[in-house]
Design a binder for this molecule. Structure first.
Ligand code: F6P
Ligand code: MG
Length: 454
């Protein structure tokens, strides 16, 4: 089943798709090549050097293909678990298509898969991450927001002495609302858009104060947070409750996701959180297992924040230790299904990755983070602003066994749905008054689908 609206494509000159395919992706590739050259310059072993030079040549070829909008070829059998999924989709839908006339979502994902292939066919560099330096660096430049959160949340969450049940619940509700927003705005620091931000700009983007939160809630154009709270609140009465996060970006966003997940565990809402990351570098800043480990270890052992006080560093260490403990106890689990690194939208998740669908259907709530996950949920097509979320996500809402699904996303691309009955007015007013509102990350949606028990 497909939605009735056309998918965005690179040749739609009015869209962000066009800017991405024509400009952003070649730039991102260019920077990736620079990163590899930086590594190359530190090498001394001839065999490794020759091998890495070949990786660079393959990247240069890819860049040229992108430039000339070449036809999409099958992925080489490089041993990745997703080769069959990729080539099946290419053969079925994209035979003869090129970078510009294939749907944007697919063509963009394909580029990241081809980038992966540049390394998987090498001898020494199979696991090289061209974005790793950038990911670490941006987290290092987020120190203000990092310590603001660690100083507040390092001590375990506690209620005042003898509060009434209502008072307790109200305090938890307020915390939940705030942390949901922290988790949301953590998504605006995505590297693919913000590569050249100054420390000052990052700071503004990440300010998490109370007033700032009330102000930013106005920018959540489709807002199901109150219902989301009811869903989470009711999990308290359930045994072995589980929430899943389909992760987006590493570094600061992952850190915010952790703060949120920590509260869900400490508040006794859930017993287990399953985090779904990527098997390899993806859309610049997405989380891999290496990024996950790096964050936790740098918090506990790292010397990343040279200007921080001992006390600040101690709060970060405490948080890191607690989170590592969750991992040891199986309360937090990292997973990486091959399907997440394919070009399929999630309309096809239940047919192309039935095992994953079944796995997610056992969750009490599946939270999809970020823009790309939102595009995949909604088929990345030109649906009207007022389209209800559960209509926009197709089988992810309607298939038997569909879990409750929440999309927490700052708006960074063309597709915008779920704005409610007045959605057409809200959207067209912004179209008129605020050029670029769909790519600035200033606006957001938090949308929920109730699912369909199997
Ligand atoms: O290239 C466009 C895009 O896919 C947009 O969806 C967004 O601008 C960015 O890349 C990824 O954003 P996020 O990290 O929030 O998924
Ligand atoms: Mg991302």
């Amino acid at each position: 089943d497909n939605p009735p609206w056309p998918a965005f494509r690179g040749y739609h000159t009015y869209s962000f798709a066009n800017a991405t395919m024509g400009h952003r992706l070649p730039t991102i590739l260019g920077k990736a090549i620079d990163d590899v050259i930086e590594t190359l310059n530190t090498l001394s072993e001839e065999e490794e050097i020759i091998d890495l030079v070949k990786c660079i040549e393959r990247m240069a070829t890819l860049k040229k293909e992108l430039h000339q909008s070449a036809k999409l070829r099958p992925i080489k059998d490089d041993g990745e678990a997703d080769v069959i999924l990729w080539n099946k989709e290419i053969a079925k839908y994209f035979e003869g298509k090129d970078f510009m006339n294939a749907p944007w979502l697919f063509a963009e994902a394909y580029k990241y898969r081809r980038l992966r292939e540049c390394f998987t066919v090498s001898k020494f560099w199979v696991n090289y991450d061209v974005f790793f330096r950038q990911k670490c660096d941006t987290f290092a430049r987020s120190s203000d927001a990092v310590f603001e959160l660690s100083t507040r949340f390092a001590k375990p969450f506690q209620h005042e002495k003898h509060p009434s049940n209502e008072a307790k619940l109200e305090r938890e509700r307020l915390m939940f609302m705030e942390l949901t927003q922290i988790c949301l705005w953590g998504n605006s620091t995505d590297l693919s858009l913000l590569i050249d931000m100054t420390e000052e700009q990052i700071k503004t983007l990440q300010s998490t104060g109370g007033e700032a939160l009330a102000e930013t809630e106005k920018n959540i154009l489709g807002n199901h947070m109150p219902r989301l709270w009811e869903v989470v609140r009711d999990l308290k009465n359930k045994r072995e409750a589980r929430i899943d996060f389909i992760l987006d970006n590493a570094g600061f966003e992952l850190y915010c996701d952790f703060v949120y997940a920590d509260f869900l565990i400490q508040g006794g809402f859930v017993d287990q959180v399953r985090f779904h990351g990527k098997r390899y570098p993806w859309f610049v800043s997405d989380v891999t297992k290496k990024d996950w480990n790096w964050l936790l270890n740098t918090m506990v052992y790292g010397h990343l924040f040279t200007k921080a006080t001992e006390q600040e560093k101690e709060t970060l260490r405490l948080l890191g230790l607690r989170w590592k403990q969750y991992e040891k106890e199986g309360k937090w689990i990292y997973e990486q299904h091959p399907f997440w690194c394919t070009g399929y939208t999630f309309w096809d998740l239940h047919s192309e990755a039935p095992d994953l669908f079944l796995h997610l259907s056992k969750s009490d709530l599946v939270i999809f983070k970020g823009d790309l996950n939102h595009r995949k949920l909604t088929y990345d097509c030109a649906a009207p602003y007022s389209t209800p979320f559960d209509v926009a996500i197709g089988s992810m809402a309607s298939a038997s066994g569909a879990p409750k699904i929440c999309s927490i996303r700052t708006i960074k691309s063309d597709v915008v749905i779920g704005l409610g009955d007045d959605g057409e007015n809200i959207g067209s007013k912004l179209d008129k008054d605020e050029k670029g509102w769909k790519i600035s990350g200033k606006y957001a949606v938090i949308l929920l689908s109730e699912g369909r028990p199997g």
